[in-house]
Design a protein around this ligand. Structure first.
Ligand SMILES: [Fe+2]
Length: 195
């Protein structure tokens, strides 16, 4: 039986934050504060972090109608595909290692041709990144191949599919999202692992 009291406490505080009547800006600030606090001070995510040699893993923590919490872990494999976030908010708190995010402009409907790069930024342990479709698309990867990267992702609201983009042609492919583990237990389903 996994014991993750600090992570469970974080989930409880997030559920409260998404239940309270408050404006969007206040809620977003609270999410950043809670995720950053956990990423700075707690380590019980290690109980449910699972790695693969050749791909990112999606390790499920919590999902309800308002938000989903995952612990994606990257080894030395390839980065995530370039993807959108289905019009939802996505936060990424760094739990271990450095994670590089490369952003691209959201292409207009019907666009063909290369995606426009918006640059890259590396986030260190304890930092919290945020993206949504109005900001653009992104890929994420561990910044130092010798060191695994672990992050805590919060999606509000949850979604089951997203767009994946070809950097060269702009071609969009629809991908179903699947998890590798649920609370540390392998679930072994096929599909895309996109963070
Ligand atoms: Fe993402």
């Amino acid at each position: 039986m996994l014991t993750t009291p600090q992570l469970d406490g974080l989930v409880q505080r997030l559920v409260a934050a998404f239940t309270e009547e408050q404006d969007l800006a206040t809620r977003r600030r609270e999410v950043v504060r809670l995720l950053g606090e956990y990423a700075h001070t707690e380590g019980d995510w290690k109980e449910l972090a699972r790695f693969s040699a050749d791909h990112y893993t999606r390790n499920h923590v919590h999902r309800d109608r308002s938000f989903e919490l995952l612990v994606p872990c990257s080894g030395q494999g390839p980065p995530t595909p370039i993807h959108n976030h289905e019009g939802q908010d996505c936060w990424m708190a760094i739990l271990d290692g450095d994670i590089e995010e490369v952003r691209y402009a959201m292409p207009p409907a019907g666009h063909t041709g290369p995606l426009q790069s918006l640059g890259a930024r590396t986030f260190a342990t304890g930092e919290v990144a945020y993206i949504q479709d109005e900001i653009g698309l992104h890929l994420v990867r561990t910044a130092s191949p010798a060191h695994a990267g672990v992050s805590l992702h919060l999606y509000a609201a949850p979604y089951d599919e997203c767009n994946v983009y070809c950097v060269r042609t702009g071609k969009i492919t629809r991908k179903r999202l699947v998890n590798d583990t649920v609370r540390g237990r392998a679930v072994g389903r096929s599909g895309a692992r996109i963070s």
